[in-house]
Design a protein around this ligand. Structure first.
Ligand SMILES: N[C@@H](CCC(=O)N[C@@H](CS)C(=O)NCC(=O)O)C(=O)O
Length: 234
């Protein structure tokens, strides 16, 4: 059986990492049996969470995990999508994972009060220097990515364009590419849920709340893939 390594429920989310939520939803989409375990990034094959262990084979990175599931179980989470839709699905995923995610990271880690009640919890019991060092590393990563060189207002401006683009792609459909979810829905949902959680009050959350179809979509996905979590939270 596959073991999915994530952080565990936190910040009113099934997992604080959009990438763990993506992978878990894709495992559910694939109908594959799996167990969840907690792990910290240093133990991951690529130093990042999520990773899976499939009968002793460790695979890091949500995109490679998906490819592994599809290849070994003979399925395709984009079945039913046209070549054009598959191309757009990839573009949506890259926009969210390699651009939008860094805005999410910025508002969780670089805003003092969000950091104190959020990511600082990862370092409970550890010396302050470990917590501060990790925060400094995230700051450096944001700077090297490029997004960290902008003001808060500029980051919101760029990320809001991604939200608007996602809202236009979804339009009035139940899922990104039609009546049934496909692979990219897992990515979009993980990212949206991570932004919409009421745990963090951020201007990016306000921007997402302004896209009504995205809010309804995130709730629809949560209800479909985490019904037990919705019930617990009620
Ligand atoms: N490209 C990776 C991104 C995963 C990622 O950024 N994970 C974060 C948590 S959300 C992490 O483990 N960061 C720890 C680190 O960078 O040291 C994927 O798709 O899985």
């Amino acid at each position: 059986m596959i073991v999915l390594y994530g952080f565990g429920p936190l910040f009113h989310l099934p997992d604080p990492s959009p990438f763990v939520m993506k992978t878990e939803v894709q495992l559910k989409m694939a109908g594959v049996r799996y167990a969840r375990e907690r792990a910290a990034p240093p133990s991951a094959p690529k130093g990042k969470i999520p990773y899976i262990d499939d009968a002793g084979q460790k695979i890091g990175d949500s995109t490679f995990i998906r490819a592994h599931i599809e290849e070994t179980r003979g399925l395709n989470l984009d079945r039913g999508l046209s070549a054009d839709e598959r191309a757009r699905a990839w573009a949506v995923e890259r926009m969210l994972e390699d651009h939008f995610y860094f805005a999410l990271l910025h508002f969780r880690w670089m805003i003092e009060e969000n950091f104190a009640k959020g990511p600082a919890l990862f370092f409970k019991g550890a010396p302050d220097s470990v917590r501060d060092g990790a925060r400094e590393r995230v700051k450096q990563n944001l700077y090297l990515h490029g997004l960290g060189r902008h003001t808060d207002a500029e980051i919101v401006k760029l990320a809001s364009r991604s939200l608007a683009s996602l809202a236009a792609t979804l339009n009035g459909k139940p899922y990104l590419f039609g009546n049934e979810p496909s692979g990219a829905d897992a990515t979009a949902f993980g990212m949206l849920a991570g932004i919409l959680t009421p745990f963090f009050d951020t201007p990016l959350r306000d921007a997402a709340l302004g896209q009504k179809n995205l809010v309804a979509y995130s709730e629809r996905m949560m209800e479909r893939y985490y019904p037990e979590f919705v019930r617990q939270a009620a």
